[in-house]
Design a protein around this ligand. Structure first.
Ligand SMILES: Nc1ncnc2c1ncn2[C@@H]1O[C@H](COP(=O)(O)OP(=O)(O)OP(=O)(O)O)[C@@H](O)[C@H]1O
Ligand SMILES: [Mg+2]
Length: 383
């Protein structure tokens, strides 16, 4: 079941926002509104997040990611559209009810650690519970557990400034985990960290997620991070979601030239999996040796190079239960890497979600601006 659902969300800043929505619906473009002093920050965003999934929203600076996220927890009221959480319309709640939902069910982790300097690590981790009015003893117990989950056991009594940036960010994560909220909204939560620590945090989040199974919306402008973390990824451009799909969907079937230019620098071997490039087991089992090695369907193909460097034999791909589901030989592996992604035409099956189904395809984007955007994407992704 989907936990969170956004339906045709719009956020327009500036004058006559309602009118602006009508005009956007009628096809007026964002730049035209901008010229009149109105910013369409989010335009017709629709998507669903499944329970236990990490849904990543990816896009360059200014594309509307934070605005979208703030509408998801009611910090910003949508100009149009609805946010449904467990089927309840957040946008229809009274301020008090909304505060209640926000305090108990939704937690936010920000880009900058947002810790209180004069509170201990433990007090910082328990802050969300304090806001909820949870008594001290229980608060400390739960904050201690959350700190342990976040890898900070033993640091409870320290002050924030005694911790490295990565550790401070983990206190932020612990604070979110301590509250039991099962919807986590993370806005560029790892972006301020240096690359190794950032990767560490990504691993830790994925590891935690295996047991906690929170529903997470994770914002990033880094495509590699998006691809590592996201069960599904929404790519935003200029306020619109231009594609929603798995990392593989986006890599193999980019919906627009813009997305294609964005993914140019992604390491395909880490995103594509054995399951996505294998050949059906039934059609070609003659080539498989009895003692062939096996890999699971989820294995990134980067991990297949070593075995293929020492053996010519095809490999068997299995599902989680060990049942063979396909085979891969060396040629197939190389062909998968060499393949150029091709842009699907609008409305083709590569983009099943469609924006209800209007927002996620971007018919006007093709062709004209590829050069510029790829440059853009490169610069910002590294920022
Ligand atoms: N309170 C506001 N008033 C007016 N315009 C705003 C406001 N908040 C955001 N905007 C505008 O909305 C657009 C989207 O901003 P947003 O912060 O959502 O982008 P973002 O994708 O999160 O960018 P970044 O990666 O830099 O954080 C920008 O053009 C921004 O200037
Ligand atoms: Mg932002």
């Amino acid at each position: 079941m989907s936990r969170l659902r956004a339906e045709h969300l719009y956020k327009v800043f500036g004058r006559r926002s309602d009118q602006a929505v009508a005009r956007l619906e009628a096809g007026t473009d964002r730049e035209e509104l901008r010229a009149q002093g109105t910013t369409a920050a989010v335009i017709d965003a629709s998507f669903e997040v499944e329970e236990g999934h990490i849904f990543v929203v990816m896009g360059l600076s200014g594309s509307g990611k934070s605005t979208l996220l703030r509408m998801l927890n009611g910090l910003l009221e949508p100009t149009a559209g609805r946010v449904l959480y467990d089927g309840d319309d957040l946008t229809a709640l009274r301020p008090r009810e909304l505060r209640e939902v926000r305090a108990k069910k939704i937690s936010m982790v920000f880009q900058h650690f947002a810790l209180f300097p004069h509170r201990s690590v433990l007090e910082n981790a328990g802050y969300g519970l304090e806001v909820q009015g949870v008594p001290r003893e229980e608060r400390e117990r739960r904050a201690t557990e959350a700190l342990e989950l976040a890898g900070l056991k033993g640091w409870e009594k320290s002050w924030p400034d005694e911790l490295s940036g990565g550790m401070q960010q983990r206190v932020g994560l612990a604070r979110a985990l301590a509250t039991d909220a099962d919807l986590l909204l993370m806005d560029e939560s790892f972006s301020a960290l240096d690359p190794l620590i950032r990767r560490d945090m990504q691993d830790q989040l994925l590891e935690l997620q295996k047991t906690l199974k929170k529903t997470i919306v994770f914002i990033t402008h880094d495509l590699n991070e998006a691809m590592r973390l996201g069960d599904r990824i929404a790519v935003m451009r200029d306020g619109r979601i231009v594609q929603i799909g798995t990392a593989e969907d986006i890599l193999v079937r980019p919906a627009t030239d813009y997305v294609a230019s964005f993914i140019q620098d992604v390491d395909r071997s880490r995103v594509l999996t054995a399951g996505s490039i294998m050949e059906d087991a039934k059609t070609d089992d003659s080539a498989v040796q009895d003692d062939a090695s096996t890999v699971t369907a989820e294995t990134p193909i980067a991990e297949l190079f070593t075995p293929f460097s020492t053996s010519e034999d095809a490999m068997i791909v299995t599902d989680d239960d060990g049942t063979p589901v396909g085979v891969i030989d060396r040629e197939r592996l190389l062909a998968a890497l060499a393949e150029e992604p091709h842009v699907e035409s609008p409305g083709s099956p590569g983009n099943p979600e469609g924006p209800g189904s209007s927002g996620a395809s971007e018919p006007g984007a093709a062709g004209t601006d590829t050069g510029d955007t790829s440059k853009d994407a490169g610069v910002t992704a590294r920022a």
